[in-house]
Design a protein around this ligand. Structure first.
Ligand SMILES: [Zn+2]
Length: 231
């Protein structure tokens, strides 16, 4: 095989290597934690804390109510028990009972309100929790896809590297060295010639250059300096 064709093949392999390496890096960057999952977890945690607080408040209101009811029962027993006859004491006791009842009613309202809030928050926790599960499942599915794509790319890359080794082994080392220098300078070292035009710089080539290039020898474009390749 002519050296220019070998270099052109080397360039094809290099381009494939680069694009597959880019794809691999991109996928590697997408593997790992999910911000959406993290956010949903944080939201659920907050809502859960809120629920616990509400439940604590609800229970303490219920305990207070129980306590008030005990006090009321005792006071009412005293009032109707007949042991107190002093009118002033009786009036005071009645006032005390009225005060306790008002407090109890207020607390009962508060307990009901809290019960509603607890129910609402429980529903919200449940919905956030199923949302999180969905996100986690979706994320897991994505990660699995990405992982298998990553493995595919690793195989492709290792095949390409092998192909490259084989090409290098049969190509003149000096030509390869020159190819690398040009690649460094220009990004691509070998330019295809199509209809007498260098595809590297889009300049019409002089006949003499075309003839030389056609021979398969290493000829550079007089305009851009790339190695000319005629398929
Ligand atoms: Zn050119």
């Amino acid at each position: 095989m002519k050296v220019v064709k070998q270099l052109y093949q080397l360039q094809e392999v290099d381009l494939e290597l680069e694009s597959n390496e880019q794809a691999l890096n991109q996928i590697a960057g997408q593997l790992g934690e999910s911000q959406a999952v993290n956010r949903a977890q944080a939201k659920l945690k907050l809502e859960h804390q809120h629920l616990e607080e509400l439940k604590r408040e609800q229970h303490s209101a219920e305990w207070e109510i129980d306590d008030l009811i005990t006090k009321l029962t005792t006071a009412e027993k005293k009032l109707y028990g007949g042991s107190i006859r002093n009118p002033k004491e009786l009036t005071n006791l009645q006032h005390e009972i009225d005060g306790l009842k008002t407090k109890r009613d207020r607390l009962e309202d508060k307990a009901l309100e809290l019960m509603d809030k607890v129910e609402l928050t429980e529903a919200s926790v449940a919905s956030l929790s199923s949302q999180l599960k969905r996100l986690e499942a979706e994320w897991q599915r994505q990660q699995q896809q990405l992982s298998s794509r990553l493995e595919q790319l690793k195989t492709i890359l290792s095949d390409l590297k092998h192909k490259r080794q084989l090409l290098l082994a049969k190509t003149d080392p000096q030509a390869v060295e020159f190819y690398h220098q040009l690649k460094k300078q220009k990004g691509t070292a070998v330019a295809k010639v199509e209809q007498g035009i260098c595809r590297g710089c889009r300049i019409s080539l002089p006949t003499i250059e075309l003839q030389q290039a056609r021979s398969g020898n290493l000829v550079q474009c007089s305009s851009c300096g790339r190695i000319l390749f005629l398929a």
